[in-house]
Design a protein around this ligand. Sequence first.
Ligand code: NAD
Length: 451
Amino acid sequence: MHDVISPVSEEIVATVPATSVEETDAAIERAQRAFESWRKVAPGDRARLLRRFAAVVDAHNEELAQLEVRNSGHTIGNARWEAGNVRDVLDYYAGAPERLSGRQIPVAGGIDVTFYEPLGVVGIIVPWNFPMPIAGWGFGPALAAGNTVVLKPAELTPLTAIRLGELALEAGLPEGVLTVLPGKGSIVGQRFVTHPLVRKVCFTGSTDVGKQIMAGCADQVKRVTLELGGKSANIVFADADLERAAAGAPGAVFDNAGQDCCARSRLLVQAGVYDKFLGLLEQSVKAFRCEDPSLETAQMGPLISSGQRESVKSYISEKEVLFTGTAPDGKGWWMPPTVVGARSTDDQHWREEIFGPVLSVMPFDDEDDAIRKANDTEYGLSGSIWTGDLGRGIRVARGVEAGNLSVNSNSSVRYWTPFGGVKQSGLGRELGPDAVAAFSEVKNVYFSTEA
Ligand code: NAD
């Protein structure tokens, strides 16, 4: 058994089982048996079951959100959005089973047809920072394509995933179609990689573990999707609406206490407006509400664990701190939003993914310099560009190496648009119209019409 601790109260909020290798194997075999039936469910019936699952999740939105606040310290506003996102993803992909059509390709002497076929059992490994959405981004399209799923939540944050597994059964999904297996990455997650019946692994987490998973999957030529770390840039040009960019910058990095793979944790400001922009930023950082996450006004809660807070603090040297926001004292793994000046692109806080409420800032000269500095990283997940010049917005968006960019906005995620990273931020895409195909195998069949 494994204790789950609240990052707000530092108290045990639940005790959950730690699944063993033998139990993982048994669950994978059950999922394989369930797959034999699930793949044959008529498309309309599969769609109806997914829609019912979405409705049940929706009916439990507040319960799931409160559970996430207790387990992960997410703000209640974010947690409601996260549970709503699972509903939306299920609803969206419920539209897929009846539309997943292959092609008829012209050939001589017969007919050539392609079919989308499910892969089998899909293993989904989820990190602790967004337990609900990342689970849903995997199981929504995977189930729609006719696969069954075994899902391992992070050790620190298993509660909402366990509840989603129960709600799937309540909605009428057959036993074994979605199985949640709390436990250790090195045991349950690793077994997804090595078990031959698991045909694809969807991993979201750190780049180092992602590399191990990819290497492990190579052994069986197993399909793998990797959603890994990030060190995204927020680029502010002098011709931007500086007030709007400064008002949005704290949320773009401190949301979820900076424990966000899309966090815009490197701020690049054009030299001519650097001081002015930092003045505006200081005001918005000081107004950013880091407080009890169950309060409706909260914009940021505590970090996930004391270890995570220690790790984040180790990146900060007092002399580099430009200004901070505020955070509660006392119990809970709190840390105030912190803005640090970078002197060089070699600074450790500028280069490494800190995964906490730390924003590194640096000036740039012109468009080329902005693109060069933004790309001077091993990561490439997301980022923002603020400018009043549409042409520049397009040029810079084309020049920055990242999977998801926004111009005059900090938003990264819409369930109907693709999401994923380049370079060491990942491999493959989730969400959007192509995700169901990513959980399918294309089979080509040639029918001869020759007598
Ligand atoms: P982590 O890599 O430590 O763990 C992620 C998951 O992998 C957990 O469930 C863990 O138990 C499991 N795991 C650990 N070792 C394993 C192994 N050897 N085999 C199989 N599974 C194993 O990451 P974390 O600390 O939970 O999450 C933070 C990281 O996730 C950050 O780097 C963040 O950027 C990244 N992340 C990326 C995205 C994205 O979409 N790109 C989204 C969220 C988080």
